[in-house]
Write a protein that binds this ligand. Structure first.
Ligand code: SF4
Length: 456
């Protein structure tokens, strides 16, 4: 049991392990012992109690803050009210709500409809008008139901409703053509030796205000021609070193089940493709897309991995949990790629709750991306120092499963680069490595200096 307690019982007096006896009359393989190392003396117990109390105190601020963070799994009544407002504004029925085709057809792109769902501020109305023709906007009915009616700083609203800051951002994009210089065949982006991306559509179920692929989104939804996908597949076939293919867009789940099934089947037939991955934000912004039919189809294409993008605990709803559950039962392995966004998740408590709630719905935190330098999204962009503070807090104050890798995507196609807090202060000086612990203690650690030739 790596890192955990051992199942063997220990004799506290002799300090030697007692081996289980086959003839144990209780039927248990283990011999009952009166004392184990865990039956400690009172003074040692008190030390342990004091130590544990200090652990509780170390996260007291989080425990106090946690219940104030909007969370989709507990805001059931508010979200039901939001859904009723959206259905009324769109003239839809409960039955239509669950139909993802209806959701796609009723993408909200009309300011008056949006104004019947939330109390739009003058600034928001001006921003919707001001960004028209420059940046596309559109919100899925489902995602609109998560928006706070009155609070413009609602984290869902900030990701969905245009901001005037998009038009006043004077950022000059430093890296606009990376994709073009890394596309050896139609629809392919290749930045690494053994894996690549096939971009199958530019369509999304909504248009996130922080989108890092804004240029790709354009103004019309396009599912790319089968003839181009065939050329992309041919490239994969001809390159035996490609063992991992990511199907994304836009959003891979904007494809029909049939088109997705065909692409996955073609990849299954290529012997050197070991795994397929899907890139979709629908779990967060349109989980109703995850149907039984889709899951039945995906179950036939194992091994299959899916990365999605939840950025705030409010996005983790009962519907999102059901979608994640259906996918995991179909054998799809789920991961999350959050984007670090100022005003949305740079608060360390919010990010910690997001990571912990993701684990509850069986989505493994995989990456946190630093927001790229793109025009129109500077107001979302935190500093790398902000990101490091969040990562240090996660690393120190929650379980490793809840700690993703923090990534800066370097310009000119230089790729995803991990950035982590440093705990090793001085590697192997005179047989000692010097560390700082998660609590800030400086600790020397006996490192290995053994020379196999000298035998010492
Ligand atoms: S779903 Fe992804 S690609 Fe589509 S708009 Fe949102 S961030 Fe961009």
């Amino acid at each position: 049991m790596p890192g955990g307690g051992c199942a063997c019982a220990r004799d506290n007096n002799s300090q030697r392990y007692k081996m289980p006896k086959e003839e144990d009359t209780t039927g248990s393989r283990f011999v009952p012992v009166e004392k184990t190392l865990l039956h400690t003396s009172d003074d040692k117990r008190q030390i342990a109690i004091d130590r544990c109390d200090s652990y509780t105190e170390a996260i007291r601020d989080y425990l106090d803050a946690r219940d104030q963070i909007p969370c989709g799994l507990t805001m059931v009544e508010e979200l039901a009210e939001g859904k009723a407002r959206v259905l009324e504004a769109l003239g839809g029925t409960e039955e239509q709500w669950g139909d993802w085709h209806w959701q796609m057809r009723h993408n909200i792109t009309d300011v008056d409809v949006l104004g019947r769902i939330i109390d739009l501020t003058d600034e928001e109305r001006a921003a919707i008008e001001g960004t028209e023709g420059t940046y596309r906007w559109g919100i899925s009915p489902y995602y609109a139901s998560l928006m706070d009616r009155t609070d413009p700083s609602c984290p869902v609203r900030l990701q969905a409703v245009p901001s005037g800051l998009e038009m006043t951002d004077a950022t000059v994009e430093t890296d606009p053509e990376t994709v073009l210089y890394n596309s050896p065949a139609p629809l392919i982006t290749r930045l690494y030796p053994d894996r690549l991306i096939i971009n199958v559509t530019n369509a999304c179920t909504m248009f996130c205000r922080h989108c890092l692929r804004r240029r790709h989104i354009a103004f019309e939804n396009v599912v790319y021609a089968k003839s181009d996908v065939k050329l992309a597949l041919q490239y994969v076939r001809e390159h035996e070193e490609i063992r991992d293919v990511l199907i994304t867009g836009g959003d891979a789940f904007c494809l029909s089940d049939d088109r997705l099934d065909w692409i996955l089947g073609e990849l299954d037939a290529i012997p050197h493709v070991e795994i397929k991955r899907l890139g979709t934000r629908t779990l967060a912004v349109q989980p109703l897309r995850v149907t039984k039919e889709l899951c039945d189809m995906l179950a036939g294409h194992s091994p299959l991995y899916l990365n999605t993008q939840f950025n705030h605990p409010k996005e983790i709803t009962v519907e999102a949990r059901e979608a994640a559950d259906m996918l995991t039962r179909a054998g799809v392995v789920l991961g999350n790629q959050a984007v670090l966004l100022r005003g949305i998740n740079t608060d360390r408590h919010v990010m910690k709750k997001l990571m912990q709630d993701l684990l509850q719905i069986k989505v493994r935190p995989y990456y946190i991306f630093n927001c790229k330098k793109l025009e129109g999204i500077r107001h979302f962009r935190p500093s790398i120092e902000d990101g490091m503070n969040v990562m240090e807090y996660l690393r120190n104050y929650t379980s490793g499963l809840a700690v993703p890798t923090y990534i800066c995507t370097l310009p000119n196609g230089r790729g995803k680069t991990p950035v982590m807090p440093t705990y090793l202060l001085n590697p192997n000086a005179n047989g000692k490595a010097r560390f700082r612990s998660w609590q800030g203690y400086i600790v020397d650690y006996d490192d290995e200096k053994w020379d196999p030739e000298l035998g010492k």
